[in-house]
Design a protein around this ligand. Structure first.
Ligand code: FES
Ligand SMILES: [Fe+2]
Length: 356
């Protein structure tokens, strides 16, 4: 029981028990939480040069293979052929219909069965079961989210972002393929999230970032399904031009770091948005996918969002070392800094709560 409890008051609380990072039974239970959530899919600007976008990571996140197809709508379809289960679309492309590469079954872009060779004599065929299954899709400012079962209220999911940065014209950001990254790290997914949720380590781990961000004013705010961290710039010229309706009007915001439970991070910089998607591959292997959407291309190498690759490598080294440390028999739990680790505490409480 003590292992599955995080005290509400951070001053009394012990950190998440190490079993959560190393025990495979816990890992299987946690993965089921992912299946019930909304997941970031794409920004609509990604359809500029194609009409079919497969999202392979959804296999790990939702246990579903998914392809998005663009007609007058965007259709979130199963990427699995209804004949014998072949994956249909394996890369971003433009096609007039979806063709199975295995035995030639065809579907239209809405996922409706169209034709199949050598099936003329099959009885009761085709039926709706031969169409591609559809999933749930929601959109916020041209950012598309997918859900397998629509269990989580989408309005609740997005409310905090809307209130805080509703003024930003994210609709007009553009996908920037040169910012695509995929890092596979030897650590549990939750360690990557733990590390993301505190700026405590910045002066120790990120020497260059520390020169840009003010350490004393770094702010962490909790909301029902996530955490916002705000980094303030030491200089006036590397920050957002905030409009009066922004709750942060008048301050030198260098970066907004939003994390939405369990695995999505929206990092807003004056140049645009960097999304990190944390994909648990197995108990001690995690893929971190980066996608970039640009508003002000001339600012991409400036400020807190300037050298993201360096910051990422510094974080990964720490997280992989913590995985080794946590796995040792003599460590099981630590304590939190009430001043600096409220985000990590909140995450651990949300995780325990979701497993009930
Ligand atoms: S698996 Fe697709 S046509 Fe056979
Ligand atoms: Fe970091």
């Amino acid at each position: 029981m003590a292992k599955d409890f995080i005290h509400k008051d951070i001053k009394f609380a012990k950190t998440l028990h190490s079993d959560y990072y190393i025990d495979s039974e816990k890992f299987s239970r946690i993965k089921k939480i992912f299946h019930k959530k909304w997941h970031f899919a794409i920004h609509a600007s990604e359809f500029e040069d194609s009409n079919l976008i497969p999202l392979g990571r959804m296999g790990s996140l939702m246990n579903e293979e998914i392809v998005l197809s663009k007609t007058s709508d965007i259709n979130p379809l199963s990427n699995v052929c209804t004949h014998r289960g072949m994956l249909l679309v394996n890369k971003k492309c433009t096609l007039p219909r979806i063709n199975c590469p295995y035995h030639g079954r065809k579907f239209n872009l809405e996922g409706k069965f169209q034709s199949m060779p050598k099936f003329e004599t099959v009885e009761n065929f085709p039926t709706v079961e031969d169409n591609l299954k559809k999933f749930h899709l929601q959109e916020w400012k041209n950012i598309l989210f997918l859900s397998k079962n629509d269990h989580e209220n989408f309005h609740d999911f997005i409310e905090f972002l809307e209130k805080r940065i509703g003024w930003m014209d994210i609709e007009n950001f553009s996908f920037e393929p040169s910012k695509d990254r995929s890092h596979v790290i030897n650590a549990n997914w939750a360690l990557y999230v733990d590390n993301y949720l505190e700026g405590f380590h910045i002066p120790f781990v990120h020497g260059d970032l520390n020169k840009i961000i003010e350490n004393e004013s770094y702010k962490t705010e909790l909301f029902s399904n996530g955490v916002l961290q705000i980094g303030y710039s030491k200089s006036k010229d590397l920050c957002f031009e905030l409009p009066e309706e922004s709750p942060d009007f008048g301050s030198n915001v260098a970066a907004y770091y939003f994390w939405v439970f369990p695995n999505t991070m929206f990092n807003f910089y004056p140049w645009g948005l960097s999304v990190n998607i944390v994909v648990p591959l197995n108990i001690e292997k995690t893929e971190v996918i980066y996608r970039g959407y640009v508003k002000n291309p001339h600012l991409t190498s400036e400020g807190a969002g300037g050298d993201l690759d360096k910051v990422e490598i510094e974080d990964q080294e720490v997280v992989e070392a913590v995985q080794l440390g946590l796995s040792s028999d003599s460590y099981s739990q630590g304590r939190y800094s009430p001043e600096k680790e409220t985000g990590v505490h909140h995450f651990h409480r949300l995780l325990i709560e979701s497993l009930k």
